[in-house]
Ligand binder design. Structure first.
Ligand code: SAH
Ligand code: SF4
Length: 350
């Protein structure tokens, strides 16, 4: 019998489950509290009777992640984790310290099926979706390892959150629960490559999160060359979905733009970008593209990046250059795992 992923259950599901076991409803609140404080062993739930703990052990498992590798930046203390899941799969998370607290960048899938040309996460395709509990566990493991509380979360690690829609939404509901980790939705960003059907569904939840769109190019031919998803939903369809999303949520949208030399860093691109973003309350995050071993692209030098930023600002766009944290430990997400993968064979996936 497959065991139940109890940490992915919401409060009402847990209450139903506990009552089915012939227990009073308030036990569900106690168990929920333990699970979301990071406890990974039923026996540590000290206010739960042994008999019920034994029953829970028979029926359920508590998701967790194990640190298999940890890199700490000597420059700014950023920590990059390679975590192992119960089935041996590997994912990455990054812990960053800002003035306002700790931010964790979590993965939402093992691998990614979107296949963007510049990204290491998608090189071998999608292995599997992460459960909501595995998303939570990445934050809990970082908190435990550093004895800290995390205040902000970005869903910008490996994987496409809107390609794992239900679990991503469940994660958002659980992580923000005041009976759980209580990380406010306003402190969470979800980044998507532009899965329009997902943006449309997400709009219905009206979460006050920050939606972050990986735009990367203002012309369809350039964007389609970088991102396969643009062939399904082009820039016009994507920006229409963004406008509709904003009409409902009234939240500012963030556009990610990874600058690649000679590809998307021209004045013409800045000009067009400013034009297509007109009427959207937004912020553009310029990221010097991180060279991936498997690809040959280069990031523009600092002067060119600042020139592109100025061109956007001159055209009325609110644009900043992302501060690169942990530049000495490993570049973007997916790279640590793709390196480890060569040492840890996954015979069934190769
Ligand atoms: N799948 C989602 C979220 C994870 S990727 C998405 O694509 O938005 C998180 C961010 O890292 C995205 O903006 C992505 O485009 C960017 N990224 C991926 N590889 C990169 C690289 N080599 N250099 C710079 N940014 C990169
Ligand atoms: Fe997937 Fe995002 Fe990487 Fe594209 S950039 S392959 S969507 S993780």
């Amino acid at each position: 019998m497959e065991k139940i992923d109890i940490k992915s259950m919401n409060m009402s599901e847990l209450a139903d489950f506990i009552m089915q076991l012939g227990q009073p409803k308030f036990r569900a609140s106690q168990i929920f509290k333990w699970l979301h404080s990071g406890v990974t062993d039923f026996d540590l739930m000290s206010d739960i009777k042994k008999e019920l703990r034994e029953r829970l052990k028979e029926l359920c498992y508590i998701a967790d992640v194990n640190i298999v590798k940890k890199l700490v930046s000597k420059i700014d203390g950023t920590v990059k984790y390679l975590y192992e899941l119960y089935d041996g799969e590997l994912i990455e998370s990054v812990l960053m310290k800002y003035e306002h607290g700790y931010t964790v960048c979590i993965s939402t899938q093992v691998g990614c099926r979107m296949g963007c040309s510049f990204c290491a996460s998608g090189i071998n395709g999608l292995y599997r979706n992460l459960t909501a509990s595995e998303m939570l566990s990445q934050i809990m493991a970082a908190e435990r390892d550093n004895n800290i509380r995390v205040s902000n979360v970005v869903m910008m690690g490996m994987g496409e959150p809107l390609d794992n829609f239900d679990n991503s939404v469940r994660f958002l509901q659980l992580v923000s629960s005041d009976k759980g980790m209580n990380i406010g939705l306003r402190h969470i960003s979800l980044s998507t490559s532009g899965v329009v059907s997902g943006i449309e569904k997400l709009k219905e939840y009206n979460f006050p999160i920050t939606l972050s769109i990986s735009l990367h190019a203002p012309f369809d031919d350039i964007r389609s060359g970088m991102m396969k998803v643009n062939k399904k939903w082009n820039i016009e369809a994507l920006l229409r979905a963004c406008r509709e999303y904003q009409a409902v949520t009234t939240r500012r949208i963030s556009f990610e733009y990874a600058l690649i030399e000679g590809v998307n860093d021209s004045t013409e691109c800045a000009d067009r970008l400013a034009m297509i973003l007109k009427g959207i309350m937004c912020h553009v995050n310029l990221i010097p593209a991180n060279p991936v071993k498997e690809n040959s692209f280069k990031k523009p030098d600092r002067t060119k990046i600042l020139k592109f930023q100025k061109e956007l600002i001159d055209r009325g766009v609110n644009a900043t250059v992302r501060r690169t944290l942990g530049s000495d430990i490993d570049a973007s997400c997916g790279q640590l795992r793709s390196r480890a993968e060569r040492r840890i064979p996954c015979a069934d996936k190769q």
